[in-house]
Write a protein that binds this ligand. Structure first.
Ligand SMILES: Cc1cc2nc3c(=O)[nH]c(=O)nc-3n(C[C@H](O)[C@H](O)[C@H](O)COP(=O)(O)OP(=O)(O)OC[C@H]3O[C@@H](n4cnc5c(N)ncnc54)[C@H](O)[C@@H]3O)c2cc1C
Length: 486
């Protein structure tokens, strides 16, 4: 009999695991504490405009590329409306105080651009491109699914990218340009493992895309595909406790008191949340300690504003305004995306920058919608800084502020500790500690979502495939899941 599976969390991590297991004929229930499923994939609406939260752009979605193959395997590709970025040959424009760099579409074009911009650093660029191509090839070949080994990469793949650039003798400017992809996964370059660094960079270079039309289409596509395979979603009723009997999961108790029996529980939520749901005597103190000591990625401050489309055309690329220290390491970055809003005559400008939870401590004990006027003022003051800078950058004259979100919004919205945007921080320092969390704590309990393997849409989905592999075993995974990917 296929095991009855319960999944905690309906973000892309939970729904990916749910779809794969439903395809394998398991009866699956996904439990979501919010009234609407989708987690960070789901946008919110202000003045008739869908404002994105956790999906601004996606890499490797061209036919045959990694994320596209994952979507094809789940059957969601035709359901998600996308547009390709880079129509003018640029995917991202990096603007520093005294120079600019355009990240083009394509690995070869990236190499050409680096060689042209940094003619004195041909040796360094040759080494960097060799690493980038190797990791890109390996990712596209699904090496880490197909090999029964847990890691197919040699230990140097997990060394620090910042150190690597230092040893190569890269200039301050080249270091600054190459530092940006580490920021996209919330890790400082000097602590960013080489593997995660290249994985992120390669995915966007292979091809970059963004959603068009309704901001809820992606979440709804995953939900409808899951339901069409017989999957069941219980929304608006979070898991209050995971039941364990004789060392094996037995199901979950929801906040409403409802009991859902299960043979397997997949927790697509933060490990801290998982611990809070388990009976205290089933977890070794050393595991608890490891989780308590984990450093999470920082929170984000996001601003969404409507701008008139006749004076400010949508841009087919993102713009990053970047600030660096004397050694080229990034101190602050602001992401901008100016695209069609779905409302006639209006474009949507989304801006995001890091913001630590400490900035928001006065409202730490409040909940969304009830934080008071002073919180609103604090948000708007910070937003003003971003808006003024965007006004200068894009020559904006008119702008209608739609919304500002803070790390507290993310904390309360998706139950992310400290409002962390990308979950646990996979630095070189705590990589082993983070990886060890995936060892089975209690029989029948598995970790999925962005805290499993890597963050971002692609990293989260790969982590959920890995969780399924751990649950059903390597042989069955190769025969019944990975077969569809190759
Ligand atoms: C502002 C922002 C911008 C981003 N932009 C991009 C981007 O452009 N491209 C990209 O690739 N990635 C981006 N990311 C990262 C990406 O969105 C995440 O890595 C990914 O969506 C995480 O998915 P998840 O399923 O692990 O978590 P989530 O989407 O957070 O889902 C977890 C779900 O679990 C639910 N939950 C928690 N506790 C319980 C409980 N006790 N019971 C029931 N349910 C529970 C939560 O409510 C939530 O719905 C961005 C992230 C942020 C914050």
């Amino acid at each position: 009999m296929p095991e009855q599976v319960l999944i905690i969390g309906s973000g892309i991590g939970g729904l990916t695991a749910g779809i794969i297991l439903a395809q394998l004929q398991h009866p699956v229930t996904v439990v979501e504490r919010n009234p609407q499923p989708g987690g960070l994939m789901r946008s919110y609406r202000r003045s008739g405009i869908d404002c994105p939260v956790g999906v601004h752009y996606l890499g490797a979605l061209d036919r045959g590329q990694l994320l596209r193959q994952l979507w094809d395997a789940l059957g969601v590709t035709p359901l998600i409306p996308l547009e390709r970025m880079g129509a003018e040959g640029i995917v991202d424009r990096y603007i520093f105080d005294d120079f600019e760099f355009n990240l083009p579409a394509g690995i070869d074009a990236f190499e050409e651009n680096l060689r042209r911009t940094f003619p004195e650093e041909q040796r360094q660029i040759t080494m960097i491109m060799a690493d980038l191509r190797e990791i890109s090839r390996s990712l596209s070949a699904f090496d880490f699914f197909l090999s029964p080994a847990l890691s197919v990469f040699s230990p140097e793949r997990f060394e620090s990218m910042g150190e690597r650039l230092l040893h190569l003798g890269c200039s301050i400017r080249l270091t600054a340009v190459l530092g940006v992809p580490a920021g996209l996964i919330g890790i400082p370059l000097r602590e960013c493992p080489v593997y995660y660094y290249y994985m992120t960079l390669a995915s966007y270079l292979l091809s970059s895309w963004r959603l068009v039309g309704s901001g809820t289409a992606m979440a709804e596509s995953f939900v409808s595909q899951f339901q069409s395979l017989g999957g069941n979603i219980v929304a608006g009723d979070g898991v209050a406790a995971i039941q364990v009997e004789a060392g094996h999961v037995k199901g979950a108790i929801l906040r409403s008191g409802r009991i859902l029996p299960a043979d397997v529980v997949i927790a697509a939520v933060h490990p801290e949340t998982v611990l809070s749901l388990l009976p205290s005597d089933v977890v070794r103190p050393s595991y608890r300690e490891r989780v308590a000591q984990l450093e999470n990625t920082k929170g984000l401050l996001g601003v969404n504003a409507a701008v008139p489309a006749d004076s400010h055309q949508a841009l087919p690329y993102n713009v990053y305004r970047l600030y660096t220290e004397a050694d080229g390491s990034l101190t602050r970055g602001i992401f901008h995306q100016l695209r069609a809003s779905g409302q006639p005559g209006m474009n949507l400008l989304s801006m995001i920058t890091t913001s630590s939870i400490e900035e928001w401590l006065p409202w730490e004990k409040t909940t969304s919608g009830r934080r008071g006027e002073d919180y609103k003022e604090a948000k708007e003051e910070r937003a003003r800084w971003l808006i003024d800078e965007a006004a200068e950058l894009f020559g904006l004259r008119e702008m209608n502020l739609l919304d500002v979100y803070s790390p507290l919004t993310i904390r309360d919205g998706v139950n992310s500790p400290g409002g962390s945007a990308y979950g646990v921080m996979r630095t070189t320092k705590q990589l082993m500690k983070v990886a060890s969390l995936n060892r089975v704590l209690v029989k029948g309990l598995f970790l999925a979502g962005q805290n499993r393997l890597a963050s971002g849409i692609m990293g989260t989905m790969l982590g959920s495939f890995q969780a399924v592999r751990q649950m059903i075993g390597h042989e069955k995974f190769i025969g019944e899941v990975a077969g569809r990917l190759i």
